[in-house]
Write a new protein. Structure first.
Length: 147
C-alpha cells in the first residue's frame, strides 16, 4: 500500500504484484478484493502512525500477523477486543542493525557490498539534516550517511 511512486516502483521491482494507493476504508476494501475477501496472512506496518497500524489490523486475515517495523509515533497500540477475537498476532521491534555493523560496514564503505536499491542518496555527516529533509520531502527514499 502506498502512493510514493519511487517506493511502489521499487516494491514492484522486488516482486510486488499489486499496489494499493487507496487509504482508509477504501484501501482496506481494495486489499480484501485482491485477497478474495480474506485479507493477508502477514502485514508489515512500515510507517509508524496510528492510522497505519489500524489499517494493518484491518487488512490482516483472521489468525494473521502484523509486524511493526516503522518507528511508532504514539504511545498505545489500538489493539482491542475485536483484534483479540480475530486471533491477530502483533510483533515487531527495532532492526538489529548493530549486530551486523562489524561484518558489513567495511564492505559497504569500500564499495564491495552495495547496501541496496532503497538508498538513493548519499550524504556526509555534515549533511544529515539535509538527508532527513530529502526523505521527508519525498526527494529521497533512504539516505546513506558516509562518515
Amino acid at each position: 500500500m502506498g502512493r510514493h511512486t519511487e517506493r511502489t516502483d521499487l516494491g514492484r521491482a522486488f516482486g510486488a504484484t499489486d499496489v494499493v494507493e487507496e487509504r482508509g476504508d477504501e484501501g482496506v476494501e481494495r486489499v480484501r478484493e485482491l485477497t478474495g475477501g480474506d485479507g493477508t496472512h502477514a502485514v508489515l506496518e512500515c510507517v509508524g502512525t496510528e492510522q497505519a497500524i489500524v489499517t494493518a489490523f484491518a487488512v490482516a486475515r483472521d489468525g494473521g500477523t502484523v509486524s511493526r517495523v516503522g518507528a511508532p509515533q504514539y504511545e498505545k497500540v489500538p489493539m482491542g477486543f475485536g483484534e483479540f477475537m480475530r486471533n491477530l498476532t502483533l510483533t515487531g521491534g527495532v532492526a538489529p542493525a548493530r549486530a551486523y555493523i562489524e561484518e558489513l560496514l567495511p564492505e559497504i564503505l569500500d564499495g564491495s557490498l552495495q547496501p541496496g536499491r532503497v538508498f538513493d542518496r548519499t550524504v556526509g555527516l555534515e549533511q544529515v539534516p539535509d538527508g532527513y529533509r530529502a526523505m521527508n520531502g519525498r526527494q529521497a527514499l533512504k539516505v546513506l550517511i558516509r562518515p
